[in-house]
Design a protein around this ligand. Structure first.
Ligand code: C2G
Length: 298
């Protein structure tokens, strides 16, 4: 009896659509036994896919419901593909040509096939059609502003189209240099107009409370760097306001504010703590196809 020809492919398969289906149908034609690897959400986040709409469970169930798929596995880490080629004794690895060349390194294990992608359909498009796009404004300009805008391009369903700074010159300089942000304001009330639904506050600590309070009062969701307010009382007021208005009020919390951090250090004599920072853009070099860098296999 001849050996079954094993085919494998991987994907996020968020909001399963005809592009995915066409890829899977063609993959099956390369063999007798089709294995599909579905990426799990934490692995997706680590490779820059930040707002996948469906859970791993939902996406796996959608793939499992397709009768010509013989086995479904979960992709959880880098290098797993190399491990799977050996573990499943794969004959053909199939992927869409939006990854052209990225998986050539697997040729040492198996035969790699890039198939034409189906035009005109994508999960990003379906997410936008179903969930809309958040229009964000940035209040406060700093050295973080441009990197923040650059990285936001990896998040679908999000656009940044206006900035505010009480420093007119800084604001004009920024909008003149920026290819992305055209609308600049030095009047905060005018900035909080109808064109935005959310505000990213990144300003001086003494200014944050006022900027956040006004944004919440104008029914804008708020995302803020460190210091939200200069007093516990003011902070409680902002939290109450956001709750009453059912608005998102998010703060970037530094590790050293985390209760667990204090607990660990005080209780158990921690010597050091590791922290990882993900950056979707390697300074000075835009990653090709967002998720890949040439030297580490995905
Ligand atoms: N695809 C396609 N046509 C589309 C959209 C997607 O042929 N219009 C293919 C992709 O090329 C890929 C598969 O469908 O081979 C799954 O696509 P995604 O869900 O976007 O997954 P992706 O991020 O490409 O994951 O480790 C996972 C892999 O690296 C691929």
């Amino acid at each position: 009896m001849s050996k079954k020809r094993i085919v494998i492919t991987y994907g996020t398969f968020d909001m399963l659509h005809k592009g995915h289906i066409k890829l899977l149908e063609r993959a099956k034609n390369f063999g007798d036994y089709l294995i599909v690897g579905v990426t799990d959400e934490s692995y997706d986040r680590s490779r820059g896919k930040l707002n996948v709409a469906q859970s791993t469970k939902q996406r796996v169930e959608a793939i499992k419901a397709i009768d010509y798929i013989d086995e479904v596995i979960i992709e959880t880490h880098r290098n797993q593909k190399s491990e799977d080629m050996i573990a499943y004794n794969v004959d053909t690895f199939v992927i869409g040509d939006d990854w052209l060349g990225m998986f050539d390194y697997l040729n040492k294990y198996t035969h790699v096939e890039y198939l034409p992608r189906t035009p005109g359909i994508s999960s990003t498009q379906l997410r936008e059609e179903n969930f809309g796009t958040i229009k964000l404004g940035i209040a406060g300009l700093s050295h973080d502003t441009k990197p923040f805008i650059d990285e936001s391009k990896f998040v679908s369903n999000l656009t940044i189209n206006q900035v505010y700074s009480q420093d007119l010159n800084a604001m004009e300089e920024f909008t003149n240099e920026s290819n992305d942000v055209v609308h600049g304001y030095d009047n905060y009330d005018h900035f909080l107009d109808a064109r935005i639904e959310a505000v990213y506050v990144n300003s001086e600590p003494q200014e944050c409370y006022m900027l956040i309070e006004k944004a919440l009062k104008s029914n804008k969701h708020v995302l803020c760097e460190e210091s939200l307010a200069l007093s516990q009382e003011n902070l409680q007021e902002l939290i109450k306001l956001a709750k009453n208005k059912k608005l998102v009020f998010l703060s970037k919390l530094k590790t050293d504010f985390l209760p667990a951090h204090h607990h660990e250090f005080e209780g158990y004599g921690f010597r050091y703590m590791m922290a990882e920072f993900t950056s979707l853009i390697q300074r000075g070099r835009e990653r090709s196809k967002t998720l890949n860098s040439p030297n580490t296999p995905v």
